[in-house]
Design a protein around this ligand. Structure first.
Ligand code: HEM
Length: 487
């Protein structure tokens, strides 16, 4: 009898366990599965690759309408989860490094920037190095950089004839590397070593290929040239730094700021670190700024309304300040600022930003759907796609700089991460003010001294470049003509 009742209770326990397990599997498991973001459909293993190789923006354009603002792409063994739009991307921008980190996904920069800097060091050191950037880009420093930007522009355009035709893209690329050399790399490079150093940077640049993202150390000729160039640059900067130190010379440039920078424990920067940080600065600011100045020009020359508006603004400032162009005068150029910002909304050169996730997190879409994103995913957001969302930007394909003016402020109405050409939050661009000043200085000179006309068709986007820019030449006919206040 006793055995029977024990048998019965064991049996009951078993049945109860099975019922509970069934209930769990019926309610909890499907519910949690439902909260995982939808997957991009495709063949297993290479499906994602095929979609991705077509171009990430083309993939986003196809999948966003079907899957919404949060979805996952399988790429080999990796899951890439996209967070598109300000409603879901706040965590991407605000999460601490322990939750979402840059180190792994931006590792491919290490052989270019060199050892001991940025993505080759722990976050605590990287934070200190970014502090050096912040200090080197403070307003008092920017003021002296602007004077150099203005004189570089004057010098460069003085070599143009009375009239002619130029490839504006090539011209602006060139001018910006000269200016960056002066403000960032210093007088020695700009005055004496410019050709050598720019050839070496060219090799570094050509050593950063799409394949380098996956295999940064692949023994291909482009990588070998990159490594040799980096070594030579390190030697050149070591010589410059030690000659500045031994002559107790101090200059007004980013190189000097990095030489004078100290870590919290009092340790000064090494020559190798200074070189690496300068390379990082040039990589962050060179193509991005020259591409943006070219798009700005292309849009202004195709939109009479805005061309007249920026010319009018220049006239007013000339009336107020005469020929003076400095930091404070450039800061007053709101119309030009909005024209640059709108070109950059339509064409952010960094089309995809990435992080690696180390903890689970959840997001809620604007439709109220909740998704759980497991740790281990790569998390991506896309300025090129998010900047054209039609629930944020009215008529998003249209070049409309007034969308940023008081009363509309479409870059802010949906929150801090509506406009993300410069990223935002924890890792927002540190060079944004520098970039605007540089582009404004160039366009101020062009607007005040030339009549310009775009003679090639409106440029297309070169989606194949690592930093996405303008495809082909941008031919412009120019005629020297001073802008007059009384015109
Ligand atoms: C139009 C020009 C520029 C654009 C569109 C641009 C865009 C960006 C973007 C999107 C990020 C964020 C990357 C991410 O979140 O993963 C970023 C970060 C950064 N940018 Fe820029 N940038 C520009 C110019 C510059 C210049 C001129 C400099 C320096 C001279 C610079 C220095 C930096 C640095 C140091 C960071 C890293 C900040 C951090 O991780 O905390 N950028 N930039």
């Amino acid at each position: 009898m006793e055995i029977d009742s024990r048998f019965l209770s064991t049996g009951l326990l078993l049945v109860a366990t099975i019922i509970v397990a069934k209930l769990i599997s019926a309610f909890i498991v499907p519910k949690s599965r439902k909260r995982v973001p939808p997957f991009v459909k495709g063949w297993p293993l290479i499906g994602g690759l095929v979609r991705f190789l077509k171009g990430p923006i083309f993939m986003l354009r196809e999948e966003y309408p079907k899957l919404g603002s949060v979805f996952t792409l399988k790429l080999f063994h990796k899951n890439i989860t996209f967070l598109i739009g300000p409603e879901v991307s706040a965590h991407f921008f605000k999460a601490p490094e322990t939750d979402l980190s840059q180190q792994e996904v931006y590792q491919f920069n290490v052989p270019t920037f060199g050892p001991g800097v940025v993505f080759d060091v722990d976050y605590s050191v990287r934070q200190e190095q970014f502090r050096f950037f912040t200090e080197a880009l403070r307003v008092n420093k920017l003021k002296s950089y602007v004077n150099q930007m203005v004189s570089e522009a004057e010098d460069y355009f003085s070599k143009w004839g009375p009239s002619g035709e130029v490839d504006l893209k090539y011209e602006l690329e060139h001018l910006i590397i000269l200016t960056a050399s002066r403000c960032l790399l210093g007088r020695e490079v700009r005055d004496k070593l410019f050709d050598d150093v720019s050839a070496l940077f060219h090799d570094l640049d050509n050593g950063m290929l799409p394949i380098s993202v996956l295999f940064p150390y692949l023994p291909i000729p482009a990588h070998k040239r990159r490594d040799q160039a980096r070594k030579k640059l390190a030697e050149i900067f070591a010589t410059i730094i030690s000659s500045r130190k031994s002559a107790s010379k101090s200059e007004d440039d980013m190189l000097q700021c990095f030489i004078d920078s100290k870590y919290k424990d009092g340790r000064p920067t090494t020559e190798a670190e200074v070189t690496g940080l300068l390379i990082a600065a040039l990589f962050a600011g060179q193509h991005t700024s020259s591409i943006t100045s070219t798009w700005t020009g292309a849009y202004l020359l195709c939109n009479n309304q805005y061309l007249s508006a920026v010319q009018e603004e220049q006239k007013q400032l000339m009336e107020k300040h005469g020929d003076r162009v400095d930091h404070d005068v450039l800061a007053e150029m709101d119309v030009l600022y909005r024209c640059i910002k709108e070109a950059l909304r339509l064409h952010p050169p960094l089309i995809m930003l990435l992080r690696s996730s180390h903890s689970d997190f959840s997001v809620t879409t604007r439709e109220g759907k909740e998704y759980d994103i497991p740790k281990g995913h790569i998390i991506a957001t896309s300025p090129a796609f998010a900047n054209r969302l039609d629930h944020i930007f009215k008529d998003p394909e249209k070049y409309d700089p007034d969308r940023f003016s008081l009363g509309r402020e479409e870059d802010k109405v949906a929150g801090a991460f509506s406009y993300i050409s410069f990223g935002g939050g924890r890792h927002g661009c540190l060079g944004e003010p520098f970039a605007y000043l540089q582009i404004k200085a160039i366009w101020t000179h062009l607007l005040r001294n030339f009549e310009l006309e775009l003679v090639s068709p409106f440029p297309e986007i070169d989606w194949n470049a690592m930093v996405v820019g303008v495809k082909g030449k941008v031919m412009v006919r120019y005629k020297r003509k001073a802008l007059s206040v009384n015109q």
